[in-house]
Design a binder for this molecule. Sequence first.
Ligand SMILES: C[S@@+](CC[C@H](N)C(=O)[O-])C[C@H]1O[C@@H](n2cnc3c(N)ncnc32)[C@H](O)[C@@H]1O
Length: 217
Amino acid sequence: MTKEKMSQDGAIPLAKPPVVRNALALSHEYVRKVVGSGDLVVDATAGNGHDTAFLAELAGPDGLVLAFDVQEDAIRRTRDRLETLCLLDRCRLFAEGHELFGERLDGIAPGRPLAAVMFNLGYLPGADHALGTKAPTTIAALQQAMARLRPGGLATVALYYGGDSGFEERDAVLRFVESIDVHAFAVQKTEMVNSRSCPPIFLCIEKLSPGKVRPPA
Ligand SMILES: C[S@@+](CC[C@H](N)C(=O)[O-])C[C@H]1O[C@@H](n2cnc3c(N)ncnc32)[C@H](O)[C@@H]1O
């Protein structure tokens, strides 16, 4: 018998958070490990601004967060969230596609490498599902992220698929990440394999230091 007291329905309350975590939780867990005060980071899919706010907390008042979304409404909601949390001062928001983010970044912080770029793909719940992310622009943005990450920097992807999102973006993004040069990046894929509801796939692309291939663990 464990030390935990049984509740009335006989279930033993969980003392710790679950070890098996979903794609969003894993994205946060990984990004938290590499982003610190003063860093430059990108939220490639701002949506309701949850990830933008998360990145802004990590980057601190001396950091800079660029956030992109094709929907004006999403950018408005993100701005409101950041204002409420007093985090807007360190963020620049763009109502435009993330496929332009390399150009934006080069104009705002030329030569400054990125600590992390977060992608939360698919559509915004409650908004027009047709405005969800699409393979060609997602892959263009991933390439721009990879070119600008510092060694040790991460691009994380929560890859939603199925339903209105279909499978096209998933298949194209998976083909793309499987083709990434193993000498330049370590790429991880994690997914729940016993659910029929298409839970999002987690991808993490870590830029390696030049000349260092990640040894097998
Ligand atoms: C799953 S939602 C993101 C949720 C968000 N991370 C949050 O914290 O609420 C995906 C978002 O990607 C946006 N999107 C679609 N195509 C895009 C593109 N080319 N560039 C940037 N954002 C895009 C959609 O408008 C939508 O808001």
